[in-house]
Design a protein around this ligand. Structure first.
Ligand code: PLP
Length: 411
């Protein structure tokens, strides 16, 4: 064999987190077949598509079966009907004006946050918050931007911005100059967020340092507090320094249906090796039109229906259902003396482990003693050690049952 692999893939840390969780659950279930385990670890939704969405979806599927209304390839960037609806509903109310060709519809924020790095040079210095949604790190590893992983689980070429109890989960600005900063707020996994003033500091840093912020707003619809920005473009001047990612996955139960959108403002520029400014919007458009053939028509119709009056109401009802679970989790755990964070503007609750237990020991304790599964924080980065993530996506009944079981434990 003479074909060589992309050696950067060998630098990836084994993604053992969910495999190891599954292994421990299997082993426990084998030894305790009668026990019903409540899974509060995985970030998938449980509520189905809502009626308004489903009707639009079905109608569009029927159109696909009729010669007169059949749709073939659509625009790679998405249909204007969806883009216009997004701008009108998500951005205009915030005072943010966008042009149609600044919005790119895709089949997921995972792909977009993962793919975006390829339009930037390999020598760019990257900063990520720690703990972090692993896609940002791994896609930069695959591209060859990070170097090797050190004993502490951190890559030598990345700048980490810890988000921990001690700084109220608000990352400090990078001490050195970085070129690209990944921010995700409301955050997965900590469930915490930044207020406008805190986010504005990052925008200011990016302007001063000529950096670009990649802002993942996948959980924007879960925001309940007034001073939390829904979009980075609420901050003056952010269009010159930021790309924003949004998704229908958690908002509208599209994790299996797949639809998301990315905003790349025309003001955003990056420099080539001759020092000429290049349009990031044009580069992303070139990348998408070459490598992506658009989201299916019925899925875009279903996504459009999330913005109808009924659609919005149904979706908010589901979000409120999850956020009620979130409140129950926060209050139950606080009542037994645990320190809990997040869960106010996001469906994630970040629990400090009791008695300085490590993440995996706490995971085992909850699995073995309460038969509840969380996600060990250490799996999201070294600053996640000493924490565990619970999600609000289970049913109300299971959430209550899980909290009762945990409340009966003594730590
Ligand atoms: N960004 C964050 C922070 C997420 O937590 C997730 C999913 O868990 C995604 C993006 C992926 O979203 P999508 O389903 O649109 O690919």
């Amino acid at each position: 064999m003479s074909v060589k692999i992309n050696e950067n893939y060998l630098l990836l840390q084994n993604s053992y987190l969910f495999i190891e969780i599954a292994r421990r659950i299997d082993e426990f279930q084998k030894n305790n077949p009668e026990v019903d385990i409540i899974r509060m670890g995985i970030g998938d939704v449980t509520k189905p598509l809502t009626p308004a969405v489903l009707n639009a979806f079905k109608k569009a599927v029927v159109e696909m079966g009729d010669e007169k209304t059949f749709m073939g390839y659509g625009p790679e960037q998405g249909y204007p009907f969806l883009i216009e609806t997004i701008i009108k509903n998500d951005f205009e109310p915030l005072g943010v004006n966008l042009e149609l060709d600044e919005v790119f519809i895709s089949d997921g924020s995972k792909c977009d946050t993962g793919n975006i790095q390829e339009i930037f040079d390999l020598n760019n210095k990257i900063a990520v918050t720690d703990p972090v949604y692993p896609v940002y790190v791994d896609t930069n590893v695959m591209a060859g931007r990070t170097g090797h992983i050190k004993d502490n689980g951190m890559y030598e070429g990345l700048v980490y911005l810890p988000c921990i109890q001690e700084n109220d989960f608000v990352p400090e600005l990078p001490k050195e100059k970085v070129d690209i900063i990944y921010l995700c707020f409301p955050n997965n996994p900590t469930g915490t967020t930044l207020n406008k003033e805190q986010l504005a500091k990052f925008v200011e840093y990016a302007k001063e340092n000529e950096s670009i912020i990649l802002f993942d707003a996948a959980y924007e619809k879960f925001i309940t507090e007034d001073d939390v920005p829904h979009s980075i473009y609420e901050i003056d001047g952010a269009k010159e320094v930021a790309i924003e990612f949004r998704s229908f996955s958690k908002t509208a139960g599209f994790t299996g249906t797949r639809c998301a959108y990315t905003i790349v403002p025309k003001e955003l520029k990056a420099v080539d090796s001759y020092g000429n400014l290049q349009s990031v919007n044009e580069l992303w458009n070139r990348r998408q039109t070459t490598k992506f053939n658009g989201v299916s028509y019925p899925v875009q119709k279903a996504a459009e229906a999330t913005f109808t009056e009924e659609g919005k109401k149904e979706i908010m009802d589901n979000i409120e259902y999850y956020m009620n679970n979130s409140k129950i989790i926060r209050e139950s755990l606080a009542n037994i003396g645990l320190s809990v964070y997040g869960g106010v503007n996001s469906p994630y609750i970040w629990v400090k482990t009791p008695n300085d237990m490590d993440s995996w020991d706490f995971f085992d304790l909850l699995l073995n003693e309460a038969n509840v599964v969380g996600t060990p924080g250490a799996g999201f980065g070294s600053s996640g050690e000493g924490y565990l993530r619970l999600t609000a996506f289970n049913s109300l009944e299971n959430t209550k049952k899980a909290m009762k079981r945990i409340s009966e434990l003594s730590f």
